[in-house]
Design a binder for this molecule. Structure first.
Ligand SMILES: Cc1ncc(COP(=O)(O)O)c(C=O)c1O
Length: 429
């Protein structure tokens, strides 16, 4: 049995889009108004989808309501940044307390070193850390540091990898990428990647990789692949940078630690700022000390909001009052149950669920999926149809089939989601 194909699929999609559009007059009007002042009415490309994107009015716990009043179970969890859910009381209280003491104080504040200490104590790879405003910025800083300390210009990244708006390597690379020279390797291709690193060794400053690809399809690394990267980077004099902006949620110490691999530098982001804008980069003390302002040849690292009190306070509250090792393990076990449950249902319709723990990918291919190129033949119309079907059934995930569970998602939500996916695929087959 396979899902609808050819003209039937086009008709089904047209009808689903029509139902979506006709039932959302407020969303449509607000989108038109936004288009008058923003290109495509949009300021964050990933959120755009046809015929016009959802516009959320509010959220609480694991629920979202759009401006037309439709309620959804939030299976997207703000692309992993929403791990705490939408109204975690301890975090809201911490933000309110910080606000009472004033915003933008133009000085070191009482929160930043507490958050830094919490992160350093959690992550074995993190001896020293600095904050940024986003994961993108964190990766740019880590790569820039690697280029300075090695004196080499280029970085190696995996084809399809995503490390932020200026470091996206789908289709070979985005035209708006930061102008770093790059060498593309194929994720999980041990011998091909090894050969590429050796061949380009004298110009490569670092390898940047996620231990589990997130935006590129939720694809876990083969442990042997990360071991090879660790050994080769060390022997070839380049740095290994783990981008754990998404994957730090996959174990109490992060995904790299769960694989037993310590990178030279790592980057963090998303939920660790308690749901506010956040990024961090850090790692080996000898490398990070280059940013010590008391050093004679100190590297500059600026950023008005690097230590903004709201993010710092929310991050501290999240890690001290909400998250525990047990809760992280529970969350990832729930994600494993979701993926396993989906994989009992979707393969008979030509789909597969991928990922690790609380990060799940849902793809219209039969698998196996070991690198982003394995998704090249996926019919994007099927993704859109499932996305629209799930909205009608009250579930919100990314249009591209990305799911990130929050602490607020229950086993009942997981069961309901699997039923909704089954219902959609069965209806369409
Ligand atoms: C792996 C990875 N790195 C970096 C980023 C960029 O983070 P930000 O959106 O905070 O700039 C993202 C965002 O999705 C990401 O998934």
């Amino acid at each position: 049995m396979t899902t609808t194909a050819g003209p039937d699929l086009d008709t089904a999609l047209l009808e689903a889009r029509q139902r979506y559009a006709e039932s959302r007059p407020v969303t449509a009007r607000m989108h038109e108004e936004a288009c008058e002042v923003m290109p495509g009415g949009n300021t964050r490309t990933v959120l755009y989808h046809g015929p016009f994107p959802l516009r959320m009015a509010r959220g609480w716990g694991s629920r979202l309501v759009d401006v037309d009043g439709f309620e959804y179970v939030d299976m997207l969890g703000e692309y992993t940044a929403g791990l705490y859910g939408h109204s975690q009381q301890a975090i809201l209280d911490a933000v309110r307390r910080a606000m009472d003491d004033g915003l933008s104080l133009a000085g070191h504040n009482v929160y930043e070193s507490r958050l830094a200490r919490l992160l350093v104590e959690r992550n074995p790879a993190l001896e020293l850390v600095r904050f940024t405003n986003s994961g993108t910025e964190a990766n740019l800083m880590a790569v820039s540091l690697a280029r300075v300390v090695t004196g080499r210009p280029a970085i190696a990244v995996v084809y399809g990898g995503y490390h932020g708006g200026l470091m996206y390597f789908g289709g070979g690379g985005s035209p708006v990428n930061a102008p770093y020279e790059t060498v593309l390797v194929t994720f999980n291709d041990i011998e091909g990647s090894r050969a590429a690193l050796r061949a380009q060794a004298d110009r490569l400053a670092a390898v940047v990789v996620e231990p589990v690809l997130g935006s590129a399809g939720c694809i876990p690394a083969d442990p042997a692949y990360l071991t090879m990267l660790r050994e080769e980077t060390e022997s070839l004099g380049m740095l290994l940078i783990f981008d754990e902006v998404m994957t730090s949620r996959l174990s109490p110490q992060g995904a790299g630690a769960a694989y037993g691999i310590t990178p030279d530098l790592m980057t963090l982001g998303k939920y660790l700022g308690g749901g506010l804008s956040f990024g961090a980069f850090g790692g080996r003390a000898d490398l990070m000390r280059r940013f010590d302002p008391t050093a004679p040849d100190a590297l500059p690292h600026a950023g008005t909001f690097n230590n903004n009190v709201l993010t710092m306070a929310a991050g501290v509250a999240g890690l001290t009052e909400v998250l525990s090792d047990e809760r992280i393990d529970d969350l990832n076990a729930r994600g494993d149950r979701l993926r396993d449950g989906l994989n009992e249902v979707v393969p008979s319709y030509g789909w597969v669920a991928t990922g690790s723990g609380s990060m799940v990918g849902l793809h219209p291919v039969s698998g196996p999926v070991t690198c982003p190129q394995d998704l090249a033949d996926a019919d994007d119309r099927l993704r859109e149809l499932l996305f629209l079907d799930l909205l009608e059934r009250g579930y919100y995930m990314a249009r591209r089939g990305f799911i990130a569970l929050s602490l607020e998602i229950t086993d009942q939500d997981v069961g309901g989601f699997i039923d909704a996916v089954r219902d959609s695929l069965a209806t369409r087959s």
